[in-house]
Every structure is written in structure tokens, then in C-alpha cells.
Design a protein around this ligand. Structure first.
Ligand code: HEM
Length: 164
């Protein structure tokens, strides 16, 4: 276990000492620009995930069938595509501190749970969405609940990680 932690820190130290991370630290605008993009990506991701998941959970302010909430998914993908690389960029500057930060570790666990849940949902009830016919199956509602909570946990831990 200790050996695993040491090799994680060694990997993180190598990243932090790389020319890539040094260039980010040397620039006055790359880090803040990446931070702004990270937050925008998260806003897009969480906003659209909330629209989709809450609709599956029965929240229907717009009075539309669940299939209409599919419109939110390309936005969620775009947000994710922005949040992942910008997060890596922020991470690289102080990687050795982040890998041992328990709140950052919890954020990662939440992201992994969100991805596993997404993969299961896509392999399961999502494939039959055209045949739901107004009744969202229990498995899809469970996936939506896990999804919205896991992404929320990632957002909360993402902000709190700075204070540990
Ligand atoms: C895709 C889901 C993600 C979510 C929902 C998320 C959420 C957040 C949030 C809310 C913040 C605080 C932003 C601020 O207030 O300025 C943040 C910062 C950060 N995120 Fe992410 N993030 C995600 C992915 C990632 C990934 C994949 C990485 C690393 C590979 C990462 C690394 C960071 C770092 C290093 C910070 C700065 C923390 C600090 O202020 O010290 N994030 N994230």
C-alpha cells in the first residue's frame, strides 16, 4: 500500500517537474485561462447533466417526454471535453500535492463512479430509450440519481480541494 502511494507520488513529481508543467507555471495567463475554461466546462457539464438526470427522475417543468432531454447530452459531452484537459493542466502544476490531497482523491473517486455509472447506463436502459413510452424504467431512474449525485460530489470536492 505504502509502495503504491510512493509510486503515485513519484509519477506526480515527474509530471510536476516536466517542461510542460514548468511552462504553465512560468506563464501569467495559462493557469487562469485554464481555470476559467475548467469552470465553464463544469458549468456546461453539470448544467446539462442536471437537465437530463432530473427529467429521468420525474422533474418535468417543460412538460416534455424524457426523450426531449436527450438534447442536453451533446452539451454534457462538450463540457466534459473541456473540463478533462483543462483539469489535467491545472493538476500538472502541483500534481504531487493533489495526489495526496484526500478531497482531491474523493473528487477522482466521484468522477470514476460517474463514468462507471454512465457506461452501465449506456449499455443498459439507455439503448431502449425510444421504447420507454413515457414510463422511465427504474434502472434508468437509479442511474440518473447516481449520476447527478456523483457529478455534484465532483463539483463540491473540486472547490473544496483548494482548502485542504
Ligand atoms: C470532469 C469533471 C470535473 C469536475 C466536475 C471538476 C470540478 C472542479 C471544480 C468545481 C473546481 C474548482 C474551480 C474553481 O473554483 O476555480 C475544480 C478545480 C480543479 N480541478 Fe477539476 N473537475 C473535473 C475534472 C478534473 C480533472 C479530470 C482534473 C485533473 C486531471 C481536475 C483538476 C482540477 C484542479 C487541479 C483544480 C484546481 C484545484 C485548486 O483550486 O487547487 N479536474 N474542479
Amino acid at each position: 500500500m505504502e509502495q503504491e502511494a510512493a509510486s503515485a507520488v513519484a509519477w506526480a513529481l515527474a509530471l510536476e517537474r516536466s517542461a510542460f508543467a514548468a511552462a504553465i507555471r512560468a506563464s501569467i495567463w495559462i493557469y487562469p485561462a485554464a481555470n476559467v475554461l475548467h469552470v465553464l466546462g463544469i458549468a456546461l457539464l453539470f448544467g446539462s447533466v442536471a437537465v437530463f438526470d432530473l427529467r429521468l427522475l420525474g422533474v418535468n417543468w417543460a412538460g416534455r417526454p424524457a426523450e426531449a432531454a436527450l438534447l442536453a447530452l451533446p452539451l454534457a459531452r462538450t463540457g466534459l471535453a473541456i473540463a478533462l484537459p483543462t483539469g489535467f493542466l491545472l493538476f500538472s502544476t502541483e500534481a504531487s500535492a493533489y495526489v495526496v490531497n484526500p478531497i482531491f482523491q474523493a473528487k477522482f473517486a466521484a468522477i470514476v463512479i460517474a463514468f462507471l455509472n454512465l457506461a452501465l447506463f449506456h449499455a443498459g436502459s439507455y439503448r431502449r430509450i425510444a421504447g420507454w413510452g413515457g414510463e422511465v424504467p427504474a434502472s434508468a431512474r437509479l442511474a440518473a440519481g447516481i449520476s447527478v449525485l456523483a457529478w455534484l460530489a465532483a463539483v463540491v470536492c473540486g472547490r473544496f480541494a483548494a482548502y485542504v
